[in-house]
Design a protein around this ligand. Structure first.
Ligand SMILES: *Cc1c(COP(=O)(O)O)cnc(C)c1O
Length: 433
């Protein structure tokens, strides 16, 4: 499969090139040249298949030309070592719990898949060590670090702003050791990102070592997210509730929902999608006005969705050939304030006993407000509520039980490399590593 750039100014790339580069040379996002529909027989019997079996068939459609069947199967099965159950919250509304992986957030799926695919390419090419640089404000660092942990031939450097990530988040990437190094930058998230960008542009450094990124626009992180949309459909079909399925996705950078839209292109019978925003409602405004007006993000309690210029909007536009009408016909939007998010977490907990995290709360509420008679709604519960412990505990006024997986991270010992925000210091560190 060839991958083209949404800006159409760069040559097509192979899968391997797209994965190693991340962003195309013209700063566009890579898109597969074709999106192959899956046969009708697949959908007829999908409810009899396991998550891994379903995911493998989806993976085959995207990556089958470029990765041998046995290898691809191994990558898919290793990636999905945890379940993604659809749990009923209320009447016709189900929560697709994407938080049963190692770092309790959906980014585990893409992080684990990308690590394994990159590992395969490195072995195949007999490359020496590849170094992944990733800047994080919290969740991305933990998913990438845990996804790549122990993958041979790859070393990960996670750059994070000192004192600006929660202890739970910090422990998820500073306690791992092995091929993961946490770099604690005396600066902001933007400083971390600037260090990573400068490193990619530095000629001397790139001659000295092979550098790549693992950010969320990478096709190897992005496309595997389609897997669980198919599995959600299969679970609803098993319950006899898949006839008019509405899927609602709490969205920030819009990678997650775009993978779902790819699924629909492959024939997945989803009636429509809802994108739930917090106050960073650039996409919601686009749906209303037809104008895309990015603006600086504002901080909210659903902070993984605090994005002022969603990267994957370019992919959505491309998928619908730039037509606002076509986009608005398949996706609607909602936007919620922190106060509304708090209210939703509290009310849902009181009425149903189900504890939402602040991101999932946006998804749940959008369904509760929009579902038509006869429709069944599934929202993506993108992270475990305990990852936002203080926020959630302050809303419900009760202690939240911390899952054993998170507790295990908390017991680990933090190890990090202190770093100034000056590129010269970071470069020197890498050159001597
Ligand atoms: C990253 C993230 C999101 C946003 O996903 P996008 O693909 O960027 O739209 C939502 N919720 C949580 C918990 C996340 O970590």
């Amino acid at each position: 499969m060839k991958y083209y750039s949404t800006n159409r100014q760069a040559p097509d790339a192979t899968l391997e090139e797209a994965v190693v580069r991340g962003l195309a040379g013209d700063k566009g996002l890579y898109m597969p040249r074709s999106i192959k529909p899956l046969p009708a027989s697949f959908y007829e019997h999908i409810e009899q298949l396991s998550f891994q079996e379903i995911a493998y068939q989806v993976a085959e459609a995207f990556f089958g030309e470029d990765v041998p069947a046995e290898t691809l199967k191994q990558i898919v099965y290793d990636t999905l070592s945890f379940d993604v159950p659809a749990v009923q919250v209320k009447d016709h509304i189900y929560s697709l719990e994407l938080f049963h992986g190692p770092t309790l957030a959906f980014k585990d799926v893409g992080g684990r898949f990308m690590a394994r695919l990159l590992g395969y390419f490195i072995r195949k090419e007999g490359k020496k060590q590849v170094n992944v640089l990733v800047a994080t404000s919290g969740d991305t660092g933990s998913a990438v670090a845990n996804g790549f942990l122990g993958v041979e031939g790859i070393h990960v450097f996670v750059l994070y702003p000192k004192g600006k990530v929660s202890e739970i988040q910090e422990k998820q990437f500073t306690t791992l050791g092995k091929n993961i190094t946490a770099i604690e930058v005396d600066g902001t998230f933007d400083d971390c990102q600037a260090l990573v960008k400068s490193a990619f542009m530095d000629k001397e450094l790139n001659e000295h070592m092979l550098l790549t990124s693992a950010n969320s626009i990478n096709v190897a992180r992005f496309l595997p997210q389609a897997f669980y949309y198919f599995y959600a459909y299969a679970q609803m079909k098993k319950l006899g509730k898949a006839d008019r399925l509405v899927i609602c996705v709490p969205s920030g950078n819009f990678g997650n929902i775009t993978a779902g839209l790819f699924g629909k292109r492959m024939g997945l019978p989803v009636e429509r999608f809802i994108a739930a925003n917090n106050r960073n409602d650039i996409f919601y405004q686009y749906l209303k006005t037809g104008k895309y007006s990015p603006r600086p993000s504002v901080a909210t309690i659903a902070n993984a969705m605090d994005v002022g210029d969603p990267s994957n909007f370019a992919r959505i536009l491309d998928l619908y050939a730039g037509s606002h009408e076509a986009i608005a016909a398949e996706i609607s939007g909602e936007t919620y304030t922190d106060e509304e998010i708090r209210q939703t977490v509290q009310q849902t907990y009181e009425e149903t006993g189900y504890l939402l995290d602040p991101h999932g709360a946006c998804g749940y509420r959008a369904l509760a407000e929009n579902l038509q008679p006869g429709e069944t709604g599934v929202f993506l519960e993108t992270a475990h509520p305990a990852k936002f412990l203080q926020t959630v505990e302050s809303i419900i006024g009760k202690e939240v039980k911390i899952p054993e997986k998170l507790q295990a991270f908390m017991r680990g010992e933090k190890q990090s490399v202190p770093m100034s925000k000056e590129f010269a210091d970071f470069k020197e560190y890498l050159l001597n590593y």
